[in-house]
Design a protein around this ligand. Structure first.
Ligand code: AMP
Length: 609
């Protein structure tokens, strides 16, 4: 998992040494202008361009500027490593020659992750764990779906959650705390030096406390005197754990801020109390989320992890129960939607941790043949699924009617939401949501379930930034050895969303869900447009068989249209699976978020732009 904008480049090798770079260039023939890109081991976010000229190697450092641009010192700034290489491909602008031929990474070779990548991943993991009290898979889900947003948060606030951060205490108090208990070499703390946001580092060595000022240069980078510079105090601390970099010793054990230790558990507690417990989020331009944390700062969007539905099972007593007692369920008259089984109503479920807003699918008539079994089958499937990007079933309640109780996705179906919020939903927002849908579908693929009705109408939104797959009425669990489900007869099928093998051979697999994902993407990127316009099902089949596909929606990025077309590969064998689709969605999501960040910082640095 990396947000490095260079991962897209086939001539990027990651964190390899200078001599390894030279070895690759040698093996590739030493032609003039042959080049590769690698990660700079010294400066965070920077690169080195290694170029061959006249059978010699030349290495140029590319620095990442504070405003997010990249440049070779003395050269022009560029918004990303790709743009920079493209520029030097046309104009040497001070380099020994133009970049003529990329030295491509062999296909089996992975990009080498560097110490900073690992550090960043650990930071993200720790931050997510501390902030949202998530565990295991949920941490991974949170990180994969929101890495760019999390990185932004980490850069600014992560140190506040760290045990070694003691806030505003003076030098004497710092010493007092360090001298409390054992005093091994390297025991350290970080404190605020003054109100301007600068820091001091206090460190034990030979039973003596040493104090260092953390210096901030003009561009805001932090370092100890004469040391390596970093964007955040977090990164500096992690680095100093590995290298003394001018200090008497490298950092070791953290001197734990007991006030912070007391404060940390209060985060999840606040969530639990607030979750679905009458907390009303501030008014927004769209239906409000059931926000789990009252501490979402006003200046940032609500992330999926802030919402109750990201992981509703924090309280061990709240584990999903198949049978819900009637008195635990308060029904509202508000109807959220309807289907052939009956209607979906708003409700409130009384749980140990508080009251939760729920959506309740109410079976209309017990007499109608098969509907009850259908609903039971849907419940059976939903009961086996547990993923933040899939609507969870909380239980079944068998009372005046059979009722299926689910998490509430208050902002409703994606197609309707996009149709009515065209002006406020950005393309980046849609990419983020569709990436989440691909994560939910990847989970289904891994668990060997086929959805069979993936469409924008069945993607429900908790908030503008949080999507969940719903409606498992047609879904099937495949046997361990099966990779498809064969329907005996055709039913009321959503033909426009179905892959050719579904229609021609009644064969359903995760690969046919991939086809539907492509159509869902098309709906999303056309802001709730109707696929295949006025064509009827059989016409659509002929259209597809004649090798036609829907056009790229007006505002859809080219890369997203490419993914759609891959999803519409006629042969299911050649069609990508969700593992691959999710990777493509993720890499595009990260790349545009990194670019948006660059644009933002560049604009801040140059307000006249
Ligand atoms: P379904 O038959 O499952 O597609 O549900 C019909 C309609 O009910 C959907 O289109 C939604 O508008 C609404 N609905 C279903 N489930 C939920 C939910 N979990 N949260 C909010 N609305 C829902």
């Amino acid at each position: 998992m990396s947000v490095d904008p260079a991962v897209e480049l086939p001539f990027f090798y990651g964190s390899i040494s200078r001599s390894d770079a030279e070895q690759h260039l040698k093996l590739a023939g030493m032609a003039d202008g042959l080049f590769l890109l690698r990660q700079c081991l010294r400066s965070l976010g920077g690169y080195v361009l290694s170029v061959v000229w006249n059978l010699e190697f030349h290495h140029y450092t590319i620095e990442k500027q504070l405003n997010g641009t990249f440049c070779i010192p003395g050269g022009k700034p560029h918004c990303g490593p790709a743009e920079l290489c493209e520029f030097y491909n046309k104009d040497p602008d001070g380099l020994v020659c133009t970049l003529r031929k990329p030295c491509l990474r062999p296909p089996e070779m992975q990009i080498k992750t560097g110490v900073f990548d690992k550090m960043r991943e650990n930071m993200l993991r720790e931050y997510v764990k501390q902030t949202w009290n998530l565990e295991g898979e949920e941490i991974e889900n949170a990180i994969i779906s929101q890495a760019p947003q999390l990185e932004k948060l980490i850069a600014t606030t992560a140190h506040e959650k760290m045990p070694w951060y003691h806030g505003q205490i003076n030098r004497l108090e710092g010493e007092r705390r360090l001298y409390c208990g054992a005093q091994p070499d390297g025991k350290f703390l970080v404190r605020d030096k003054n109100e301007q946001g600068s820091f001091a580092l206090s460190l034990v060595y030979g039973k003596t406390v040493y104090h260092y000022q953390v210096i901030q240069d003009k561009s805001g980078k932090l370092s100890v005197p004469e040391g390596t510079k970093f964007d955040t105090i977090w990164q500096l601390v992690e680095y100093l754990k590995m290298k003394p970099d001018g200090l008497v010793t490298s950092l070791g054990e953290a001197c734990v801020n007991s006030a912070a230790a007391e404060k940390t558990p209060s985060l999840p507690r606040t969530r639990g109390e607030v979750r679905g417990n009458g907390y009303t989020p501030p008014p927004r331009a769209f239906p409000g989320p059931s926000v789990a944390s009252a501490s979402v700062p006003v200046d940032r969007d609500v992330l999926p992890m802030d919402c109750a539905g990201f992981n509703p099972y924090h309280n061990p007593n709240d584990i999903k129960r198949f049978n819900i007692e009637r008195e635990k369920l308060l029904m509202d008259e508000v109807e959220l939607g309807s289907g052939n089984f009956g209607c979906v109503k708003k409700g409130v479920l009384k749980m140990e941790s508080g009251h939760v807003d729920v959506a309740v699918k109410v079976l209309k008539s017990e007499n109608e043949k098969g509907v009850r079994e259908e609903m039971m089958r849907e419940a059976e499937i939903m009961h086996q699924l547990d993923n933040p990007f899939i609507v969870r079933m909380l239980g079944l309640c068998n009372a005046e009617n059979l009722m299926l109780v689910m998490e509430m996705a208050a902002a409703g179906p994606l197609n309707k939401f996009l149709t009515s919020n065209k002006d406020t939903v950005t393309m980046e927002n849609i990419v983020n949501l569709m990436h989440q849908v691909s994560m939910g579908m990847k989970y289904l693929e891994e668990k060997n379930f086929v959805h069979r009705d993936l469409a924008a109408r069945n993607v429900l939104l908790v908030t503008k930034q949080f999507a969940k797959i719903s409606d498992f009425g047609l879904s099937k669990a495949l046997g361990a050895d099966d990779n498809y489900y064969k329907a005996r007869t055709a039913g009321k099928w959503p033909l426009k969303w179905y892959a050719p093998e579904c229609i021609n051979y009644h064969k359903f697999s995760s690969k046919s869900d991939v086809w539907s994902f492509g159509v869902t993407m098309w709906e999303a990127f056309s802001y709730g447009g109707k696929p295949y316009k006025k064509m009827k099902g059989p016409e659509v089949m002929r259209f597809i068989e004649n090798n036609n596909r829907m056009d790229c929606p007006a505002a859809c990025p080219e890369r997203m249209y490419t993914v759609m077309k891959e999803c519409w590969t006629f042969s299911h064998e050649e069609r990508p699976d969700f593992k691959k689709v999710e990777e493509s969605m993720r890499s595009y999501h990260y790349s545009i978020s990194a670019k948006a960040k660059t644009d933002e910082t560049a604009a801040a640095a140059n307000p006249t732009n």
